[in-house]
Design a protein around this ligand. Structure first.
Ligand code: 1GP
Length: 229
């Protein structure tokens, strides 16, 4: 079973985006705690397998955040399975999971599965549109979602997803205050060491995505910011 409890920094790679070997090596050897492969659009079995094989040349743990039943590739260290807490379309809470377990239920190694309560806070993110995410009104409501995940559903992890924009550290802090042992991931809009540090001060793990493809050197600096303070 993977131990994500000490992860402070994760790079998220999108199989639908190009990254040359030198850049991928820099990301994998950066000192980040793990590579998470995931995305919302254009995710296929082939591009996920290809990216996994390339990441596998390096020792860093590699996990898949499942977003498509067609792209569940064996060989990852763990599989993160999102349950979209604020999905407006209830089919995004359990329907794909039921379908997936009908197909793959008997092959699963449950010790490799990590359930992830997903709170989609940026209404403009692709995942918000896809799941018709209900707007999160304020910090109190976010905290209540956190409690639903941690205390009612007893999920081991929650992912505060601001994908594309830098979020409100006070909202993340409010969620953390209600986490009670539930591991809190934050992802969205981290582009500078300062942003990385500030979010890492309130979340257990920060996830850095897009900036890898826009400014690799800036992305790499977020690792040291979190690891060395
Ligand atoms: C996306 O939370 C991750 O799922 C990271 O967000 O791409 O905005 O860094 P960014």
């Amino acid at each position: 079973m993977i131990d994500y409890s000490s992860w402070r920094h994760v790079f998220k790679l999108d199989p639908d985006k190009e990254l040359d070997d030198a850049a991928l090596e820099a990301v994998c050897e950066s000192g980040t705690d793990a590579i998470m492969i995931g995305g919302t659009q254009g995710i296929t079995y082939d591009n996920t397998l290809e990216l996994m094989s390339r990441v596998r040349r390096h020792a860093v743990p590699a996990v898949l955040e499942i977003s498509s039943l067609q792209a569940i590739v064996p060989g990852f260290d763990a599989y993160f399975i999102p349950l979209v807490l604020n999905a407006g379309d209830p089919d995004w809470i359990f329907a794909p999971h039921v379908k997936g377990l009908q197909a793959f239920g008997s092959y699963l190694h449950w010790e490799d599965i990590v359930s992830e309560g997903y709170l989609v806070v940026n209404p403009d993110a692709a995942v918000a549109k896809l799941t018709q995410a209900k707007p999160v009104a304020d910090r109190d409501e976010a905290k209540a979602y956190m409690r639903v995940a941690a205390k009612i559903c007893r999920l081991p992890t929650v992912y505060i997803e601001y994908s594309g924009v830098y979020g409100d550290p006070e909202l993340v802090k409010a969620c953390k205050s209600a986490a009670e042992g539930c591991h809190l991931f934050y992802g969205g809009g981290i582009r500078t060491p300062e942003q990385a540090r500030n979010m890492a001060a309130v979340a257990d793990t920060i996830v850095v995505g897009n900036i890898i493809y826009e400014d690799l050197q800036a992305a790499l600096k977020t690792v040291d910011a979190v690891k060395r303070g």
